[in-house]
Design a binder for this molecule. Structure first.
Ligand code: ACM
Length: 696
């Protein structure tokens, strides 16, 4: 409760100054901060950022801060094109003076002080933080403040007092279903730093691959990875890279299910007879570790000991999700064990397994984190629950004394809009009714990038920019939740993220160029017009609607793999229609823009058609292209009817709505995003609609 009251106080300040950043006046330039700080007070004027810009550290010093300063200067040089000196200055007379009070923990802990205060005046900047973690967050905030102005680059005068709402703000990447190389992981860590996320959860083993070098059990990677795994040296480097950015690395070794790849080299761990092969398909499979075998626990003891030394974080993720129990049911030895121990069902058997593994993890000095299946009666209290099946389990866990993090609602692979993820709050739903003490147990959340339909080429575009909206949800006060403000800032931040080396925007163009081959520029523009307004099907529909069973060998070179998961053009068109209809269709400027857009769509199919003859990958979206042309024509007809000032005939409306039903059906696993907005125009034009009466 106390916490809520405090946050409310902070929230009011934020809401006053930043609720509508796109609408602030010239004296109050829009602040493109993401995540929004807890407290921002804008002043008048700005600090010039020119080629004399320098930073200096005072107070506590360490090499990591020096590197953070260099990284900051490199990034500022990239943002501005200014030839900056790329080393922090030794004098205290720098443009930006940074004071850090003391060290953070050698092994980063949950709940360390990450706060910072950033003061920008017309003469200089001053950044103060208790620990290097806060310093690094403050440097990112400063980078976001710098923008082009009429007389050079500048940062606005501002005072920011900031600290995170939740101590655990993570991104999970599944490197097991599709291997993700280290350079791709590193640039995603750069992106996480930019939006103040502090946990990289690395999903490292699966049915489809075992991705870490074990020296104790080398058959794990030798037989379980198709030679796609990280060496111990590479992992140590990556962890150092993450620590440099204030990010913890939590490894996940999923067990007892999702573990076929372990059994290729070590069939003795499994509950079935084998032999086992690396799984190529997606889904939940039968193989599971044998919870009744002492050999399994001896193996896991040594394995966790080995991995615990490579991954210094205090937390160790043991997975625990989606065990179907079929191998257990079919094994007489396991059935006899259950009978003799009074274990009544597979859930209890898994609880027995989790309990044994938890003791091993604790023995090696770590705390267990697991998916919410591990939350069953009797599980030790010192584990952290990662809730993926629903928010209720998070609240239940907190009530029972367990700590937890939320991932339900933050699954990036489901293709939701940034706004939909943004609306999910770890403290909403059942969690809203928890006591203050229980709420303290909710540590934050993690977005999850599961990799069935993700490879090194397109993974950035499946994480970003939407992940930045989730990062804001986990950092900023709960009251910060206006999607219009979020989208205005997300657009800006998305561009900045590409300057860090992320490829979420450019990759889409490259992939479309591949499938367009030698298209003329007009044809390629038409392909872009179409692909700008479609999105991949949502949730788990992709699997169900696949033309052939997808596997890890399926190429990802189709339009559905190339287009962003959220269509900006589709969203903007929807907003424009809403604005037009809200004006009772009197807004002439909006009407003109709608007409221009709908005309382009109507005429697009004819331009794209020859390319569909020449490229099998473009041909796949020929029906989508026809739909877009039909949508353009229907929207124009609605605008014509509105202009006439007479309700459109019922028969016409019925015909158009029937057409829209066809357009809304996914084709080539793609959704036509502007369809509902065009439907609004048709309804507005019809009898009883918002715009069916004569214009005055
Ligand atoms: C999960 O999505 N099976 C954790």
């Amino acid at each position: 409760m106390a916490q809520n009251a405090r946050l409310q106080g902070l929230g009011i300040l934020v809401l006053c100054s930043l609720l509508h950043p796109a609408m602030t006046t010239a004296q109050q330039p829009a602040l493109n901060l993401m995540p929004l700080p807890a407290n921002v007070q804008s002043g008048a004027g700005s600090l010039r950022v020119d080629s004399t810009f320098s930073v200096a550290f005072t107070g506590y010093a360490e090499p990591r801060l020096e590197r953070a300063g260099e990284r900051f200067l490199r990034q500022l040089a990239r943002q501005t094109g200014l030839p900056l000196a790329l080393k922090p200055s030794k004098t205290a007379k720098a443009t930006l003076v940074i004071q850090t009070d003391h060290a953070s923990k050698e092994i980063q802990e949950v709940g360390e002080d990450e706060s910072y205060i950033l003061d920008v005046s017309t003469a200089s900047g001053r950044l103060r933080a208790t620990t290097p973690l806060g310093t690094m967050h403050g440097l990112q905030a400063f980078l976001q403040l710098v923008d082009v102005s009429p007389d050079g680059f500048a940062a606005p005068v501002v005072t920011i007092q900031d600290k995170p709402r939740f101590p655990w703000r993570g991104l999970m990447i599944d490197s097991a279903r599709h291997f993700i190389p280290l350079d791709v992981i590193r640039r995603n860590l750069d992106g996480m730093e930019a939006v103040k996320m502090n946990v990289f959860h690395w999903h490292l083993s699966e049915n489809q691959g075992f991705r870490v070098e074990s020296r104790k059990f080398p058959k794990l990677q030798e037989l379980g990875s198709d030679a796609l795994y990280y060496t111990q040296e590479e992992i140590r480097d990556l962890i150092a890279y993450a620590r440099d950015r204030g990010i913890r690395v939590v490894p996940e070794f999923d067990m007892p299910g999702h573990s076929t790849a372990w059994f290729v080299g070590h069939p003795e761990l499994a509950s079935g007879k084998g032999p086992y092969e690396i799984e190529r398909r997606w889904g939940v499979f039968d193989p599971a570790m044998d919870p009744t075998s002492e050999r399994v626990y001896k193996f896991l003891d040594e394995f966790i000991g080995e991995m615990g030394k490579i991954f210094p974080d205090h937390y160790f993720h043991i997975g625990g999700d989606e065990v179907n129990g079929k191998e257990w049911d079919a094994n007489p030895k396991i059935q006899a064990f259950m009978k003799s121990q009074g274990i009544k069902n597979n859930q209890e058997l898994q609880a027995y397994f989790s309990g044994r593994v938890q003791k091993l993890v604790v023995k090696h000095g770590k705390v267990v984190i697991g998916w919410d299946e591990v939350l069953v009666p009797g599980v030790p209290k010192d584990i952290v629950i990662q809730s993926w099946r629903g928010q209720a389990s998070l609240a239940q866990a907190a009530k029972q004394g367990y700590r937890g993090i939320l991932s339900n609602g933050y699954y990036l692979d489901l293709g939701w809009s940034a706004a939909r993820h943004y609306a999910v709050d770890p403290m909403s739903g059942d969690a809203a009714n928890l006591s203050a003490e229980e709420q303290q147990r909710i540590l934050g959340g993690e977005s999850c990038m599961w990799a069935e339909y993700v490879n090194p080429e397109n993974v950035d575009s499946r994480i970003w920019p939407r992940n930045a909206a989730i990062a804001e949800r986990l950092w900023s006060p709960q009251e910060v939740r206006d999607p219009a403000s979020m989208y205005a800032r997300l657009d800006f931040v998305s561009t900045r993220l590409e300057w860090l080396g992320l490829t979420h925007r450019t990759v889409s163009r490259h992939m479309l160029q591949r499938l367009a081959g030698s298209a003329s520029s007009a044809e390629f523009a038409a392909l872009r017009t179409l692909t700008d307004v479609v999105e991949p099907v949502k949730d788990y529909t992709r699997e169900r609607t696949a033309p052939a069973e997808p596997t890890s060998a399926t190429p990802m070179n189709r339009v559905v793999d190339a287009v962003p998961l959220e269509s900006d053009a589709g969203r903007r068109f929807g907003e424009l229609v809403d604005q037009f209809v809200a004006s009772s269709c009197h807004d002439a400027a909006a009407e003109a823009r709608l007409r221009a857009q709908l005309t382009v769509w109507r005429d697009n199919g004819a331009i794209l058609q020859p390319l569909a003859q020449r490229s099998f990958l473009v041909k796949e979206v020929a029906a989508n292209s026809q739909d877009l042309s039909a949508l353009g024509a229907a929207g124009l007809a609605a605008l014509d009817a509105i202009a006439k000032g007479q309700p459109a005939p019922e028969a016409w409306k019925a015909q158009q709505l029937a057409l829209l039903e066809q357009v809304k059906k996914p084709k080539a696993q793609l959704l036509m995003i502007p369809a509902p907005a065009v439907q609004k125009l048709i309804e507005a034009a019809s009898a009883g609609g918002a715009c069916s009466s004569p214009k005055s």
